[in-house]
Ligand binder design. Structure first.
Ligand code: FES
Length: 91
């Protein structure tokens, strides 16, 4: 039992390979979100880096558990989209 209410995985695969999530700024997105969620939700929310999630052509890709909700076509500026999704589910 993890104890997390929400667990977000953001693909940070292959920052050196064009077209992969990592080359589109996903680590920057993850770090910003991790910091913000940490401040807002403490240990209730975990934001992890993941390897390839199998949707490279629609990356940046992320998935939120326990719902298994996918987020595709994200840009590194899309912190708000993911933050609001987490916030909505944690209420
Ligand atoms: S590199 Fe991100 S889904 Fe494949």
């Amino acid at each position: 039992m993890s104890g997390y209410k929400q667990h977000l995985f953001i693909c940070t695969n292959s920052p050196d390979r064009e077209g992969k999530c990592g080359s589109k700024g996903s680590e920057e997105l993850r770090l910003a979100l991790k910091q913000r969620c940490g401040k807002e939700f403490g240990k209730d929310v975990r934001v992890n880096a993941s390897g390839c999630l199998g949707h490279c052509e629609r990356g940046i890709a992320a998935v939120l558990y326990p719902q298994g909700e996918w987020f595709l076509d994200l840009a590194k500026e899309d912190q708000e989209v993911l933050f609001r999704a987490v916030q909505e589910k944690i209420k």
